[in-house]
Design a protein around this ligand. Structure first.
Ligand code: FUB
Length: 451
């Protein structure tokens, strides 16, 4: 198993760019995204779900052996910087644990380095009397790097006195850092960021979270001077995202309710982080888009967050379109639509034996349409290329905002192939795109791009 993942790690180290709407990471499973803004780039540190190898007995459970980091300067093209920490080389981690769960990473203002915190099962602890070693339990480790993309050097031992999963690091405006753990507890980190304060005055338990239903994955952030303690909450069965607000880090907090409802298809977990980037607030979360039948293989997504005038968080509706501007000359995956007509079209997997192949839009009624927002036409395009399968002749109309700029003549082809059509009267700049079936038929569109 180790050899297989090391090969994958080596390939990833080449720095592969993934163009993205939702999910943003499209070539591997990813979950529990922790986003971090560094200058004009966003770094995302997710956990990494994998299918359980033979040596891992719990086939129905989370299985994670390493972490990658991804980054983007436009929220559309994400670069995979490769593996930064894995269970085989982190000194204290059980190398058969596959339990590298939700991590977090922040820059330490005391020295400018990046501190990656992650939970994992520790190596079984030997017992003095020679009996079988005891399980090491979940501990929290720290790995340090000079750059957000690594290389990260793991510390020899986990944080003293800290057990559990889902660490979150919050750095206040004065540079004081806190470790936030499910429970929910907030504990001041010492200046070295390698130990927590043991002074009871430096520790606070947030009592205002719901007491019924699991609360995990806390993420603390500050917006307009207020503290927002956000967390996944198994209100009934699947997790919603909820939050409390406070004027001071140690409270009192006020429970504000839910800002993200359960996923429609019953993905049990959600886990998130929230950042502000170039004046907009974004939510990073996960869903099991690439594994519809097994919700422990998840995929990282992102959407915008908006606040009401009183500071409360507006309910987030997860979208397929996600965030970022799409360049008109790239493959535009219209199945990640912003809006879809009420009837006459639907989204389907291209290959149900390989979900990473993505989706296609199936138009089956005349007049059905999908709208894909925020496409940048750097130059006025002359042609459009559409990857499409159609059983009979017909026409697809391409609209820029509400103006028809191309009529793509379809010829009968049951397998998807690329058709090129002329574009007339298209404008430059950022526009919304619409694709409409102007004829009858079962027309399946994979993507389109402009030349
Ligand atoms: O990814 C494993 C666990 O599932 C995380 O640590 C939890 O927050 C939940 O997302």
């Amino acid at each position: 198993m180790k050899a297989r993942f090391s090969l994958l790690a080596a390939l990833m180290l080449a720095g592969i760019a993934v163009q993205a709407q939702n999910p943003i990471i499209r070539d591997q499973f990813s979950a529990d995204p922790s986003a971090l803004v560094v200058g004009d780039r966003v770094y995302v540190f997710p956990s990494h779900d994998i299918p359980a190898p033979d040596e891992y007995a719990r086939k129905d459970w989370f299985c994670m052996a390493d972490y990658h980091v991804f980054s983007s300067d436009n929220l559309t093209d994400w670069k995979d910087h490769g593996v930064i920490v894995d269970q085989w080389t982190a000194p204290w981690v059980n190398e058969k644990g596959y339990s590298m769960w939700a991590p977090d990473c922040k820059q330490n203002p005391n020295n400018g380095d990046y501190y990656f915190f992650w939970p994992a099962g520790a190596k079984p602890q030997p017992r003095a009397d020679g009996r079988r070693a005891m399980g090491g339990g979940n501990r929290v480790g720290v790995a340090i790097a000079h750059n957000p993309f690594g290389p990260y050097i793991p510390q020899a031992t986990p944080l003293e006195g800290v057990g559990g999963i889902d660490p979150c690091i919050f750095v206040d405006d004065d540079g004081t850092a806190y470790l936030v753990m499910p429970g929910i507890t907030i504990t001041k980190l010492n200046d070295d960021w390698l130990s927590v304060s043991t002074d009871p005055a430096d520790r606070h338990r947030v009592e205002e979270v719901p007491t019924k239903g699991l609360v995990e994955g806390p993420y603390l952030f500050k917006h307009n001077g207020k503290y927002y303690m956000t967390f996944p909450w198994a209100r009934d069965v699947e997790e919603v995202l909820a939050y409390c607000m406070a004027d001071n880090i140690f409270g009192p907090y006020k429970f504000m309710g839910v800002f993200f409802e359960e996923h429609a298809n019953k993905c049990w977990t959600n886990h998130h982080s929230i950042i502000e980037f170039k004046g907009q607030t974004y939510l990073f979360y996960h869903h099991n888009d690439y594994s519809p039948k097994f919700d422990k293989n998840r995929a990282v997504c992102a959407d915008s967050i908006f606040f009401e005038p009183d500071g409360s968080i507006r309910m987030v509706k997860p979208s397929l379109r996600g965030i970022g501007v799409t360049q008109a000359n790239k493959e535009i995956q219209i199945d990640r639509y912003s809006e879809i007509s009420q009837s006459g079209d639907s989204i389907a997997y291209i290959d149900t034996t390989n979900y990473f192949a993505g989706w296609k839009t199936v138009f089956y009624e005349q007049g059905a349409w999908v709208k894909y927002n925020t496409v940048n036409f750097e130059n006025a395009p002359q042609r459009v290329k559409v990857k499409v399968a159609a059983p009979s002749t017909g026409t697809l109309e391409i609209l820029q905002d509400d103006k028809v700029i191309s009529k793509v003549k379809l010829s009968p082809k049951n397998t998807a192939s690329e058709i090129v059509a002329d574009v007339k009267g298209a404008a430059t700049g950022v526009h919304h795109l619409k694709v409409r079936l102007a004829s009858k038929g079962n027309v399946q569109v994979d993507w389109l791009s402009f030349e």
